[in-house]
Design a protein around this ligand. Structure first.
Ligand SMILES: [Zn+2]
Ligand SMILES: [Zn+2]
Length: 111
């Protein structure tokens, strides 16, 4: 069986690299959510992985695909007065998730 060693998105933090670590108070007495680097990938968001040649071919396809045809998958959720969604844009041609959160989106000022 031919396998290839790649760096994939960390499955522990989902590629976010930083994880929320509960609330803390800043110097002005405001509460904010602390984030720590993911212990699994040490804040890189990547996870080394052995994959099948077949899966590697898929990744190659995603890398060269221009993602011309996309659809949205996921739902809105309502819980305890909160609304969020897990709607993601996915390429119909290669199956790539075009909505992976970038680090810059994730770490933001709470104000
Ligand atoms: Zn991680
Ligand atoms: Zn695509």
């Amino acid at each position: 069986m031919l396998k290839i060693y790649i760096l994939d998105t960390c499955s522990n933090c989902n590629g976010k690299a930083y994880l929320p670590m509960g609330e803390a108070e800043d110097c002005q007495g405001k509460m904010y959510i602390r984030h720590i680097p993911c212990p699994y990938c040490e804040g890189s968001g990547n996870e080394p992985k052995w994959i099948e040649l077949e899966d590697f071919a898929k990744l190659l396809q995603q890398a060269v695909c221009s993602h011309d045809h996309t659809s949205f998958q996921g739902n809105m959720h309502f819980s305890a007065g909160d609304v969020w969604d897990d709607i993601q844009e996915v390429c119909d041609d290669c199956g790539a998730n075009l909505d992976q959160p970038a680090l810059g989106d994730y770490i933001k000022d709470e104000n």
